[in-house]
Write a protein that binds this ligand. Structure first.
Ligand code: HEM
Length: 465
């Protein structure tokens, strides 16, 4: 009997302790004027549930508390906003105390002068410098010819091969970026060096900021140093040489011609930003576009027609140009539909720099706001049959200018390289579509949250057309 009493006592104590722990976060963040929601455990909050259940966690909380609720995820008290109109308002009003709010690990590894870390005039300046690198003229004269040459040579000799598209798109897109920003030869030892350190950097930006040996965070911080030191070496070599280059680095170095005069450190940080920002979005879109096209023969036929028509106008091996890219209307539609249906970007993060009133609530200074845009993509009132891959929906006039079009963000941080991203995916698709047919080998398992991934790879067999 005494034994059972003891067990009951222990269980009761544990339950009380858990209850108190759960209440602790609720009490700590109890403040008048906050929206409803739950805060979970001390320190961890609801991060585990959020990462494990993903979109279902969001849906369940929305069912309980509406489309604007509080939580504690990724180490911060956070407001989650799933309301399309409110999301747009938040993105448009950075100057009202709603600045970019990316996790500490990302800021530490990408640098404090990184575009995501700054706001106000510093952001305007860096954004201007970046926009000058991806202007229509730069795309036409410098960037597209490089992308074209690169894709045409890299996407060859695939006949009869089984390719793990997930690994390949990552590698091809990363190497193409290195070619655009610093003319790095993809077969060189430098390219290998960049690849190795870059993948460590990416892992580090998505880790908990624990600076202990062996952690992804520590490796990421070290990878930043290694990448910057190699980029600096390239910069110094260029200064000492008379050779002229046609790439982004050379444009940034022409301080006499360039309106945005950056010092060496700023140039290197911007190169790192370009490497990081465009890599995952473009590679995942390229991979998923091939998957959706494989699964939807009618769309595949239509897009192939568009690309073969372009090839027919050209001599063998003639590169595609800016006018060809502009003429690819169906391809653009395929890219948007892929981005929507796969939800390549689930949302963006903001942080309050003062107490801010939103939706009738008072959000305290220092809280994060997760502008969650995923739900918009599957809203049947906005997209008929939202779970169907239907690129034709984007052929309608003004489909890109709807208020709820947030695939590339919105407001002051709207993706500055949207057209560059579309050009990269379009060129990738051009050389695949005009050279090969492909079939899936085995069944691809897809993980959709927090990032689109094929945990066991995406294997496709390619055959020449
Ligand atoms: C299909 C491809 C792409 C998608 C879906 C995409 C999506 C986005 C989104 C949603 C944002 C908003 C982030 C925010 O509000 O915090 C953004 C911003 C940004 N993107 Fe892209 N992006 C793509 C391609 C690229 C490429 C190729 C680059 C560069 C080479 C790039 C560079 C950036 C940068 C630097 C920002 C931050 C802008 C700022 O803070 O002012 N993106 N992108």
């Amino acid at each position: 009997m005494a034994f059972f009493m003891e067990i009951t006592y222990v269980v009761f104590s544990v339950l009380c302790f858990c209850f108190l722990l759960l209440r602790w976060n609720e009490m700590r963040y109890r403040k008048n004027g906050l929206p409803p929601g739950t805060m979970g455990w001390p320190v961890f909050g609801e991060t585990t549930k959020f990462l494990k259940q993903g979109p279902n966690f969001m849906k369940n909380q929305k069912a309980r508390y509406g489309s604007f609720f509080k939580s504690h995820i990724l180490g911060s008290p956070t407001i989650i906003s799933m309301d399309a109109e409110l999301n747009r308002y938040i993105l448009m009003n950075e100057s009202k105390g709603l600045v970019a709010g990316y996790p500490q690990s990302m800021l530490d590894i990408l640098g404090n002068s990184n575009i995501a870390a700054v706001h106000g005039s510093a952001h305007k300046f860096l954004r201007g410098a970046l926009l000058s690198l991806v202007s229509p003229q730069m795309l036409r004269d410098i960037v597209l010819p490089r992308i074209d040459r690169f894709m045409s040579s890299q996407l060859s000799n695939w006949d009869g091969k089984i390719i793990n598209l997930q690994d390949h798109t990552k590698e091809v897109i990363f190497l193409s970026i290195m070619d655009q920003i610093a003319s790095i030869d993809p077969a060189s030892r430098r390219a290998d060096y960049f690849k190795t350190h870059f993948f460590k950097l990416v892992l580090g930006t998505l880790s908990l900021p624990i600076n202990l040996p062996g952690t992804n965070y520590r490796n990421g911080v070290q990878a930043r140093k290694d990448l910057l030191s190699m980029l600096r070496q390239i910069l110094e070599e260029r200064k000492a040489s008379n050779e002229s280059y046609k790439d982004m680095l050379s444009c940034l170095m022409k301080t006499d011609e360039n309106k945005y005069k950056l010092n060496d450190d700023e140039i290197l940080d911007l190169e790192l930003t370009l490497m990081y920002s465009g890599y995952e979005t473009v590679s995942t879109t390229s991979m998923m576009a091939l998957k959706f096209l494989h699964d939807n023969p009618k769309a595949l036929e239509e897009i192939r027609k568009e690309h073969l028509a372009i090839r027919e106008r050209k001599k063998t091996n003639e590169p595609i140009d800016f006018d060809d890219i502009k003429s690819m209307r169906f391809t653009r539609a395929v890219i948007f539909e892929t981005s929507r249906l796969a939800t390549i970007v689930n949302g963006v993060l903001r942080k309050t720099t003062k107490d801010v009133e939103l939706n009738g609530y008072l959000i305290p200074k220092g809280w994060r706001i997760y502008v969650y845009t995923r739900e918009i993509n599957y809203d049947p009132f906005l997209y008929t049959e939202p779970l169907t891959f239907n690129p034709w929906r984007w052929m309608e006039k003004n489909s890109e200018s709807h208020n709820y079009f947030l695939l590339f963000g919105g407001g002051t941080r709207l993706c500055p390289a949207k057209e560059l991203g579309i050009t990269e995916v379009s060129t990738f698709l051009h050389y695949i579509l005009t050279r090969y047919r492909w079939e899936e080998v085995g069944e691809t398992k897809l993980k959709k949250f927090p990032r689109v991934q094929a945990p066991n790879g995406m294997h496709m067999r390619f055959l020449s057309n």
